[in-house]
Design a binder for this molecule. Structure first.
Ligand SMILES: Cc1ncc(COP(=O)(O)O)c(C=O)c1O
Length: 427
């Protein structure tokens, strides 16, 4: 069976399950809806009208009703349409691995790249598909020419693949790594730009930072930091592991030189794909790490120059286009708004019902996004996350504190269940 047929079936089923045509028209009017302004049914100040829509989306995921996944910052389930497409290709490959049959997947990868480029607002030749953010990050770390006398600036909350990786390389090549910290309870965007501005010297060659911290949930104003870097001829490198698929992303508007991400996190599949964006005029400055069949010496796209990593899983590469379709059907802005709405609701409920809980993440949605990281007084995060899973079937992560990362397959009632569970564990 050709994978095209599988795709068409998956898409037809997807729309049928949702009630035909309703998705394109959906709009979320805002993030918070005060009770006083509406006659609509409300749930502690939040419209219930949208819950019906999101309940339809939830049906696209195979997570059973006794489990609640609040761990999008680590891994997300994929919707049915994506799983169907990937497994359709996999079963085709189990029957026929000839070059002749597999020729279609070269086109499949190209389609995925074009779809990703459209989704991120860049040109197709600026995007490549790696295996995950760690790999994309290390391609930049190992690919740039830096030498003794040069300086780079990192956020001290960067993931090891964009932190330790730089430090190891600096030991070998002698450049200087400077790390900046953010204030503990940031109150404004300016407080998040200032540490970078103050660390810049005439020797600074690059600023590399996580768009959203996986440990504190702080969302940095990426556009402002990239603008600052660009104004001083400094390269800007944004690790988007926590923003690809959870925010209203447009890399051209962000203005970064490099951006990386994983599709198995907020992007919702398929497993083990990463993206690597390199702005066209910066491609020549980066050396490739891995060279394999298909690599040539000139006129290469980012995918050709940096992502020829040997034999890959053609099913997940070609399946990626289906995830972009899923995002397109719901709408990038709607998804971003819903993620913020779930986090706003979560913060609101915790503050009202369990005031003893402390937040590592700013309350303001301007300074945070999809992650809410909390601590229960006197309790170890690892014990609480284990109990949440064992006793209540709720998946969170002991990263930074207790890291809660809801996505569009969660409902307000999932958040209610988490808050009730935390109420029993706080004592
Ligand atoms: C900010 C950040 N960068 C990179 C990574 C690594 O992602 P992956 O394991 O998909 O390579 C993570 C994982 O949590 C992350 O949060």
């Amino acid at each position: 069976m050709k994978f095209k047929t599988t795709t068409q079936n998956a898409r037809r089923n997807f729309l049928k399950n949702l009630g035909t045509g309703s998705l394109a028209a959906i709009s979320l009017p805002g993030i918070l809806y005060p009770k006083e302004t509406t006659a609509m049914p409300v749930h502690n100040g939040f419209f219930l009208q949208d819950e019906k829509y999101w309940a339809q989306i939830k049906k696209q995921f195979a997570v059973p009703s006794n489990l609640i996944m609040l761990n999008a910052a680590n891994l997300c389930p994929a919707p049915a349409s994506v799983n169907e497409k990937v497994s359709g290709i996999m079963s085709g490959l189990s029957k026929d691995v000839s070059f002749q049959y597999r020729k279609q997947f070269t086109e499949g990868r190209k389609n995925s790249i074009e779809a990703l480029a459209m989704y991120t607002g860049v040109a197709p030749d600026e995007i490549g598909i790696t295996r995950n953010t760690s790999e994309s990050n290390n391609i930049i770390v190992n690919g740039l020419d830096l030498k003794a006398g040069d300086e780079i600036i990192l956020w001290d909350q960067n993931h090891p693949s964009n932190g330790v990786a730089w430090e190891e390389r600096a030991k070998r090549y002698g450049f200087k790594v400077k790390k900046v910290s953010m204030p503990e309870n940031p109150k404004s965007v300016e407080e998040l730009v200032k540490p970078f501005r103050e660390a810049i010297t005439p020797q600074t060659k690059l600023i590399a930072f996580s768009h959203i911290s996986n440990t504190s949930g702080i969302a940095l104003p990426a556009k402002l930091i990239c603008e600052l870097a660009g104004s001083k001829n400094i390269l800007s490198f944004v690790d988007g592991a926590q923003s690809l698929g959870s925010t209203d992303l447009n890399l051209k508007l962000m203005g970064c030189d490099f951006y990386t991400g994983s599709t198995h996190k907020w992007f919702m599949g398929p497993l083990e794909n990463g993206i690597l964006y390199i702005k066209k005029d910066k491609v020549a400055q980066v050396w490739p790490n891995i060279i394999s069949v298909g690599w040539k010496d000139s006129n290469m796209t980012v995918d050709e120059k940096f992502c020829a990593l040997g034999q890959r899983n053609e099913a997940t590469l070609a399946g990626l286009v289906e995830t972009v379709n899923f995002h397109k059907t719901i709408g990038k802005t709607n998804i971003a708004n819903r993620v913020v709405q779930l986090n706003d609701y979560l913060k609101d409920q915790i503050r009202t019902k369990i005031p003893a809980i402390t937040f590592l993440t700013p309350i303001s949605p301007e300074l945070s996004a999809g992650i809410t990281n909390i601590n229960l007084p006197g309790k170890k995060p690892a014990d609480i996350t284990q109990k949440l899973y064992d006793l209540f079937g709720i998946a969170t992560a002991p990263t930074g504190g207790i890291r809660i990362a809801p996505h569009i397959y969660n409902s307000l009632s999932d958040i209610d269940k988490l808050v009730s569970a935390l109420q029993t564990l706080v004592v």
